[in-house]
Design a protein around this ligand. Structure first.
Ligand code: MLT
Length: 309
């Protein structure tokens, strides 16, 4: 049986090659979206929105593969109702996202992008770039799944204390992942000098870090988010930056992407990157292969490692 598989968003060529080697007909980007009715499987990243309407235009579809972790761009209910399997590839990008989180932390704590921009204008502003040290400070993780745990490992190596709140894990599991468990977000906000968000965007987490959360955080906290736009309330964050409650923020994800040059993105104490935390050569090669294999398993009745629906 020859399957037609659409890869709607650019992924590393390792995935396409693996599928073609097994005899699949693979249509990439525009070719995949031109005539979706012919697709047996669809692979996306975050750009393509797999809505109920889009699903209804793919009567042959058996599986949607998300080349990455977040499935908030896929209507899971509609997929379930249609009997379409949804799989993702949650392991491949863990180290890349954790590294980017730590990169943003240093960038904010030491104003590295601002200092670099100043040097490129021929300036030498030593006094302006007084930073803060991370050693001895406390990192508070909202969510300690794969990525949160990988960030915790790195933060401990930097001499930071790590606390975490995760209602889906028991205290022992949180300790095993290298963090002191917090009974509530309020407890975490009271302890953390740096708050880093590592939860998916769901109805439960939308706007989770809002005005009330910022009011409970320490004065001068650093906020990091490499998880999903929409978990942090961007208006509330801007207010907290302006009031000085938040020292600085490192953001890789936004409620609307691309956000454009919004007051938040252009704020002098915000370091913003265009949703690139998972964007390393190694992670993208791994994720493409993982999702190709998972989609193939779904089509051929193989064992699924990462079934979402
Ligand atoms: C993910 O969910 O895997 C990351 O945000 C990266 C991406 O969207 O491609």
């Amino acid at each position: 049986m020859s399957w037609t598989i659409g890869i709607a968003d650019a992924i590393h060529e390792s995935g396409r090659r693996w599928l073609e080697d097994r005899g699949a007909r693979v249509l990439v980007e525009d070719a995949a979206l031109k005539d979706p009715a012919q697709l047996d499987a669809l692979i996306v990243r975050s750009r393509t929105k797999v809505t109920r309407d889009f699903l209804s235009r793919m009567p042959n579809l058996k599986v949607v593969g998300r080349a990455g972790v977040g499935v908030d761009n896929i209507d899971l209910e509609a997929a379930r109702a249609r009997g379409v399997i949804v799989v993702n590839a949650p392991q491949a990008t863990t180290e890349a996202v954790a590294e980017h989180t730590i990169a943003l932390l240093f960038a904010v704590a030491r104003s590295i992008p601002q200092a670099d921009a100043s040097m490129k204008q021929g300036r030498w502003e030593k006094k302006r770039f007084m930073g803060i040290e991370l050693a001895g400070r406390t990192l508070g993780l909202i969510g300690i799944g794969r990525i949160g745990a990988a960030v915790a490992r790195r933060a401990r190596g930097l001499g930071m204390q790590v606390v975490a709140y995760d209602p889906y894990l028991n205290p022992e599991a949180i300790r095993e992942r290298g963090a002191e468990p917090m009974a509530s977000l309020e407890d975490l906000y009271a302890r953390a000098d740096v708050v880093s968000v590592h939860v998916p965007l769901t109805e439960e987490t939308r706007g989770l870090v809002g005005r009330d959360a910022f009011a409970r955080m320490k004065e001068g906290v650093i906020l990091l988010c490499t998880a999903r736009g929409g978990v942090v309330d961007e208006e509330a964050l801007l207010e907290a930056l302006e009031s000085g409650r938040v020292y600085g923020a490192g953001l890789d994800v936004f409620a609307q992407e691309p956000p454009g040059a919004t007051p938040l993105v252009t704020h002098p104490r915000v370091v913003a990157t265009p949703h690139v935390a998972a964007q390393t050569r190694e992670a993208q090669a791994r994720v493409a292969l993982d999702i190709a294999q998972e989609v193939w398993a779904a089509l051929t009745g193989g064992e699924l490692r990462w079934r979402v629906v």
